[in-house]
Design a protein around this ligand. Structure first.
Ligand SMILES: NC(=O)c1ccc[n+]([C@@H]2O[C@H](COP(=O)([O-])OP(=O)(O)OC[C@H]3O[C@@H](n4cnc5c(N)ncnc54)[C@H](O)[C@@H]3O)[C@@H](O)[C@H]2O)c1
Length: 262
């Protein structure tokens, strides 16, 4: 049990990567609280995993503060925060974004991480320690076409990771996982588009999209004391595809053609 006696909040834990992390954390002995805006989904996943849930939209600072305080009150503190909840937004080039959509995507992918971290730090500081794991994206480093705003938000998450480590380490550690393509509801459209990932497979023989368990394993390591000497790092989990960036060129070409077709 790598996370015995830990109280963990996993934002966006109702589905996808968050649900995978919540499941693994429960297996590792943590008291897990899913924080999600999808009340029905959070309830169903919490029931399936045998954990607790709280409903909040992470883009609303007041809702976040209320939810985090309520978990801390009921659980007697918060030792681990996984900032994971986010939505990708429209897959269009920057000039096609409305400014309202820019605000929305940044609220979802950056401000929300600041709100959740801000609210949780108060409790971790009182307890004298804690661990924060941010789920970023490889799009921050190697953005595909159509992810300028999402990628900018995720790049901000990497910067936030550095800042929290500098301001609060070593008592409070903060690391980031930047996944490549992981099989979740968010990426279903990518996985369902025939041929879209073939060039990536061609560049990386044997490669397949990651599973939520792959990210959950890394999150468990970063949340546990096994990583006590790792702080302020961004770890890319993409099966190595980022090393073959040229493989994305034809993918970007296909996405461009999809845009042109409308
Ligand atoms: N799936 C991938 O390939 C991939 C790759 C890189 C990064 N990521 C990142 O991983 C994280 C999880 O992605 P996923 O694929 O599991 O997504 P998903 O869409 O499958 O699940 C996201 C979960 O977060 C919740 N959520 C979304 N916005 C919320 C909000 N404002 N307030 C509260 N809850 C909210 C949803 O209800 C859902 O339960 C995201 O930060 C995403 O950017 C995913």
């Amino acid at each position: 049990m790598k996370l015995g006696n830990q109280v963990a909040i996993v934002t966006g834990g109702a589905a996808g990567i968050g649900a995978g992390i919540a499941a693994r954390f429960v297996e590792e002995g943590a008291e897990v609280w899913i924080l999600d805006r999808d009340a029905a989904g959070a309830e169903a996943t919490a029931k399936r995993l045998g954990c607790r849930f709280v409903v909040a939209d992470v883009t609303h600072a007041a809702e976040v503060a209320q939810a985090v305080d309520s978990v801390a009150d009921q659980a007697g503190g918060i030792s681990v925060l996984v900032n994971n909840a986010a939505a990708a937004g429209p897959l269009v080039r920057l000039h096609e974004y409305s400014t309202a959509a820019i605000d929305e995507v940044l609220a979802s992918n950056l401000s929300s991480y600041l709100y959740c971290t801000h609210a949780t730090l108060q409790h971790m500081l009182r307890a004298g320690g804690g661990v924060i794991v941010n789920i970023g994206s490889e799009s921050a480093l190697r953005p595909p076409v159509g992810e300028s705003v999402y990628g900018a938000g995720k790049a901000g998450v990497v910067s936030l990771t550095h800042s929290v480590a500098v301001e609060y380490g070593p008592a409070i550690r903060c690391n980031c996982i930047s996944p490549g393509v992981v099989r979740t509801p968010m990426t279903q459209f990518l996985l369902d588009t025939p041929g879209l990932l073939d060039p990536v497979r061609a560049e990386n023989p044997g490669w397949e999209p990651g599973e939520v368990a792959d990210i959950a394993a890394l999150a468990t390591f970063l949340a546990s004391s096994e990583s006590r000497y790792v702080n302020g790092q961004n770890i890319v989990a993409d099966g190595g595809t980022g090393l073959h960036h040229a493989g994305w060129t034809p993918v970007n070409g296909m996405i461009r053609r999809m845009f042109e077709k409308g």
